[in-house]
Design a protein around this ligand. Structure first.
Ligand code: ATP
Length: 254
């Protein structure tokens, strides 16, 4: 299969009061076309740091990130990668969904003539066409989350980075967002997803990367992770959550 993204031997340190803190140590993984890969790990494991480096918001101290075979680290013109950190911030509440997307289409340097078609396209994908002219201040959390995904889709990126896309949403809305994410991968878009919801990862991820204390502990399909974690004392196959809990003590920073 064709690798869209190759992350090679990434290291990242943070510094505070001249003390060095190792956030990531030797992180390597690939994402193929249309694949959904999930980063799973406790708070502070390094997931957001990985997403920020791939998205071009942070520079690593070592290592490479290749998109379609080309290095994207430190390039002045970072290629289009769709990033959605979600949440309540990031939109003008007194403007409509369409007006908000037009602002971000400008930032994404989409030529003015193509903006309306592009905005219609992304609104349709996330099922917000009917409320395109409604003020974002009137949107529910689920609708706002969809709008974040629509914004990330502007310019037709082949890779999307989704940070906890269903965080804080009720069960039904979370399911509808998951369906949207699945549809995106069916359209051939590759997705790197961070999530603390095991059922979500189980339902969506083609591949899982279990990360703890800035290092990769385990990778593979749900079945691979379950097999490798060797959960004891149950006489049926373990769930992903049980497998993750068995690994959890090893994932903490010492
Ligand atoms: N700007 C920063 N300066 C110093 N330390 C940082 C900075 N950003 C993150 N860290 C530390 O680096 C480690 C990794 O943080 P990161 O946010 O990547 O973890 P995470 O896996 O995304 O956590 P969460 O699940 O809570 O979002 C944490 O210990 C965090 O405290």
């Amino acid at each position: 299969m064709e690798n869209i993204l190759e992350v090679k031997n990434i290291k990242k340190y943070y510094y505070s009061n001249s003390e060095q803190f190792r956030a990531l140590e030797d992180i390597s993984f690939n994402i193929e076309k249309g694949q959904i890969v999930s980063l799973l790990g406790p708070n502070g494991a390094g997931k957001t740091t990985i997403v920020s480096i791939i998205g071009g918001y942070l520079l690593p101290d070592a290592g490479q990130v290749l998109l379609n075979g080309e290095s994207i680290i430190g390039t002045t013109k970072h290629p289009r990668i769709g990033v959605s950190f979600g949440g309540d911030l990031g939109f003008y509440h007194r403007a409509t969904a369409r007006q908000n997307l037009a602002f971000f289409a400008d930032l994404a340097r989409i030529p003015y003539r193509q903006q309306e078609t592009e905005i219609d396209r992304v609104l349709k994908i996330v099922s917000l066409s009917d409320v395109a002219n409604k003020n974002v201040g009137k949107f529910s959390k689920g609708m706002t989350q969809r709008l974040h995904i629509a914004r990330a889709l502007l310019g037709n990126p082949k890779l999307l980075l989704l940070d906890e896309p269903t965080s804080g949403l009720d069960v039904e809305i979370a399911k509808s967002i998951r369906d949207t994410v699945k549809n995106l991968s069916d359209l051939g878009i590759s997705i790197l997803l961070t999530s603390h919801t095991m059922s979500e990862v189980e339902a969506l991820a083609d591949n899982i990367i279990v990360i703890g204390a800035g290092r990769i502990f385990s990778t593979g399909t749900v079945e691979d992770i379950v097999k490798k974690s060797q959960v004891e004392h149950i006489d049926r196959p373990a769930t992903l959550e049980e497998s993750y809990l068995a690994l959890a003590p090893k994932l903490r920073r010492k």
